[in-house]
Design a protein. Structure first.
Length: 408
């Protein structure tokens, strides 16, 4: 019977037997029938509403973070802590209370003093503290287990060598690998210094180019002014010559061919005075631009040499940090979730760990706990008023993973 009731609750909701408005003559305004049937909205004051879900809304309903969108159920506006680790080693069981978004929205709209009186955020903080303590114990336990595995591998590795267990990870390293790593670091440092010098030279060339362009601009202005004065002087001479011709007696007309030749000469002379000389690029400017291009090409060449050097150095350092004699010594423990990771894992596998359900869930739990502690929640284990008093049997969380108390 209990299993059937739980199944019906999951399919139809815990209020499946409650009166439905708009059906069987029941109406919200007291009248008869009509309207589509809908169930009454739940309130954050209802005794079967989950206070932890009510107190944990998404950071933004329109644009939640990637972790929140992964952890939250589809269409939900909050985080149900009991759904964070479903079907994982960190599973804390099913939520014994009802999750309802209307109740969560109602609680979010309450004033701060009423939220404090209900104490839902205090309950959530204490629950998260219990979970984080459990996870930290798992992290410490796995690190101790890893330390013992490394120690055992060291003993097996040094057996029969006469050194016993005195071999040290810092002393017993691959000298050739270490020398190559140091050479890569030194070469990368030299390249960076050379690039810094080239950048400094390039800045100096740009400053020289700017100053030279100013000088050339002034020279061009002076040249244009001289040409303009010369042109004006020629116009004045032509005007004076024309006045002198008027005073002289009439001369016999000249031949047409000679006149046309004179006109052509005058037009060519006038065109030569009006047209400025062709602009010639200053050789000093060409030298500066050539030096800039050479410097840029050198910078490009050096910048292409750096990434392979850095990648090779990172790989060597990763190999130097672990004993390669046994796979157990390649392991590390994730400080967030407590899971084991391997330095030999491919990038896709490492990315899958950080996108996995356990890491995302524990990251959300730790971040939310920090946020609540900054607001003063969960400090001292006290907590609010009605919400805490209405739950008999003590606090939340602990070893069982569910609520340890029931509402009256």
């Amino acid at each position: 019977a209990d299993e059937a009731r739980a199944m019906l609750d999951a399919l139809m909701g815990a209020d499946r037997n409650a009166p439905v408005e708009g059906a069987s003559g029941v109406s919200s305004n007291g009248g008869g029938g009509g309207g589509p049937p809908r169930r009454q909205k739940r309130s954050c004051y209802d005794p079967d509403i989950c206070p932890l879900y009510s107190a944990w809304s998404l950071s933004s309903q329109d644009n939640p973070t990637w972790a929140e969108s992964v952890a939250a159920n589809e269409g939900a506006g909050g985080i149900d802590i009991y759904d964070l680790f479903t079907n994982t080693k960190s599973d804390i069981g099913a939520n014994p209370y009802r999750v309802d978004d209307h109740a969560r929205e109602e609680f979010a709209s309450l004033p701060d003093h009423e939220k404090r009186r209900l104490g839902y955020e205090d309950m959530l903080a204490r629950k998260l503290q219990d979970l984080v303590r459990q996870c930290d114990r798992t992290v410490a336990r796995n690190k101790e287990k890893l330390r013992r595995e490394v120690s055992q591998a060291m003993k097996q590795r040094t057996a029969g060598s006469g050194m016993g267990n005195r071999e040290d990870l810092i002393v017993t390293v691959n000298e050739e690998m270490l020398e190559k790593c140091a050479s890569n670091v030194a070469q990368a440092t030299l390249i960076e210094e050379e690039m810094a010098n080239l950048v400094e030279n390039l800045e100096g060339l740009e400053e020289d180019e700017k100053n030279l362009l100013k000088v050339l601009e002034e020279d061009e202005k002076n040249l244009l002014r001289v040409l303009a004065e010369k042109k004006q002087e020629e116009k004045d001479n032509v005007a004076a010559a024309s006045t002198n011709d008027e005073d002289k007696p009439m001369e016999p007309p000249k031949k047409k061919k000679k006149k046309s030749k004179d006109k052509a000469k005058d037009a060519a002379a006038e065109e030569s005075t009006e047209t400025p000389p062709a602009k010639i690029v200053d050789p000093r400017l060409l030298d500066i631009q050539k030096s800039k291009l050479t410097t840029l090409l050198q910078l490009q060449s050096l910048s292409l040499q750096l990434p392979p050097l850095r990648d090779n150095t990172d790989n060597l350092l990763r190999q130097l940090q672990y004993l390669r004699s046994d796979t157990s010594t390649d392991k590390v423990v994730c400080d967030v979730s407590g899971n084991f990771m391997s330095s030999r894992d491919a990038d896709e596998r490492i990315a899958a760990h950080y996108a996995g359900k356990q890491y995302v869930g524990w990251k959300l739990v730790r971040d939310k706990l920090k946020e609540l502690l900054k607001k003063g929640m969960g400090v001292g284990g006290g907590g609010g008023g009605m919400g805490c008093e209405g739950r008999r049997g003590g606090g939340y969380g602990g070893g069982g993973g569910g609520y340890q108390n029931d509402r009256g």
